[in-house]
Design a protein around this ligand. Structure first.
Ligand code: KG4
Length: 341
């Protein structure tokens, strides 16, 4: 049985979507290296991630990315104590590449394998930049596939208090950007265009604003499509700015409500949409007003990376021990409440 401590080194591997990543992390928080090879350009001309292309690109990139992560870390395979990989959620073919690589290395080194839930890893991404946070912490996890408000009571102990009932925030950004002809991924493009537009130009709906902790973005997306079809001469920048403001208004309002409900000491953002400049600005102002400590992950930690996988893997190993090697890819894996230890 492995003894997990501050010197335990985990090699993390991520391949759930369109980023092949490997990282070496010591003691759960000390990132010795983090390498990310993105496939964004390979998918851009198709307007979204093509699963078959993603799997093939992961196969090509996996070995060089792992080799570079080890080189950058300054340590060799012999110092790796455990190997963690994302087992879900994600594209099944893509996940299998990382899971197979991690299991092979674990077997060859005779070290433990740890299957990591990608969404749980996003909770830990914020802590990598700022490990000494005060709990309870509200994590606002906003990515291409998920929008979750999570009450993190301590390491590995959390419950979900709100989520999207339809589109994820990033999905809404991507769909609206595609409709506006801004390309893929849509979030950064809308963020860019919005800086040149008038956020008050169009009053788009803020669904369920005062209604519980769940969010809904599908009606907003439809409202943008209907508005632009009726007003074809409208400036794309104004649409982008007004849409972005509607999304951020909802996310910030729900975050405030949730933070009050759980008595949060800290708020952390996570997921790709946490890179959004308006969201970062608004949540910063809000936290300052309410006296909540804010953890804003660096851009590199907002988007998919393997440092967060290695970090979550370290905590999982500490709390639960290794995963079975029979654990496979779980494309539909969810984040569910976790009340232990
Ligand atoms: O977390 P992530 O890298 O992938 C997963 O979904 O797991 O998030 C990607 C999402 C995409 O929907 C992308 O459009 C969005 O994050 N995104 C942004 C920004 N940068 C990335 N959304 C809004 N503003 C941004 N600056």
């Amino acid at each position: 049985m492995i003894r997990v401590n501050e010197a335990t080194v985990v090699l993390g591997i991520e391949s759930s979507c369109d980023e092949t990543a490997a990282a070496v992390v010591m003691g759960g928080n000390d990132v010795l290296s983090s390498v990310v090879a993105t496939q964004i350009e390979q998918h851009a001309r198709f307007g979204g991630v093509v699963p078959e292309i993603a799997s093939r690109a992961h196969v090509e990139a996996m070995t060089p990315v792992i080799r570079k992560a080890l080189q950058d870390s300054g340590i060799g395979f012999e110092r790796i104590d455990a190997v963690a990989a994302t087992v879900g959620p994600g594209l099944v073919g893509a996940l299998l590449v990382g899971v197979s690589a991690a299991k092979s290395i674990a077997l060859a080194l005779n070290k433990p394998f740890i299957g990591v839930n990608h969404l749980e890893a996003h909770l830990y991404a914020a802590l990598l930049d700022d490990p000494h946070v005060e709990f309870p912490m509200l994590v606002v996890l906003v990515s291409g596939g998920n929008t979750l408000l999570v009450n993190m009571k301590s390491h590995g102990k959390y419950s979900i208090i709100g989520q999207t009932i339809d589109d994820a925030a990033g999905e809404a950004f991507d769909k609206v950007a595609r409709f506006l002809g801004l390309g893929h991924p849509g979030g950064p493009a809308i963020d860019r265009e919005a800086k040149l537009g008038n956020a008050q130009a169009i009053e788009f709906p803020r669904a369920m604003l005062h209604d519980g902790f769940d969010v809904s973005f599908s009606g907003l997306k439809t409202a943008v499509v209907n508005y632009v079809r009726k007003n074809p001469a409208i400036s794309t920048q104004d649409v982008a700015a007004s849409f972005q403001t509607a999304v951020v208004d909802v996310l910030v309002a729900k975050s405030v409500k949730a933070a009050k409900q759980i008595g949060a000491k800290t708020i952390a953002l996570g997921g790709g949409v946490a890179a959004n400049s308006l969201l970062r600005q608004e949540i910063t102002t809000t936290c300052a007003q309410h006296g909540w400590r804010l953890v804003l992950p660096s851009m590199a930690m907002c988007t998919d990376n393997a440092a967060m996988i290695a970090s979550a893997g370290w905590y999982r190993l500490l709390q639960d021990g290794p995963s079975e090697l029979s654990m496979g890819a779980m494309p539909n894996l969810k984040l569910t409440d976790r009340t232990t230890p």
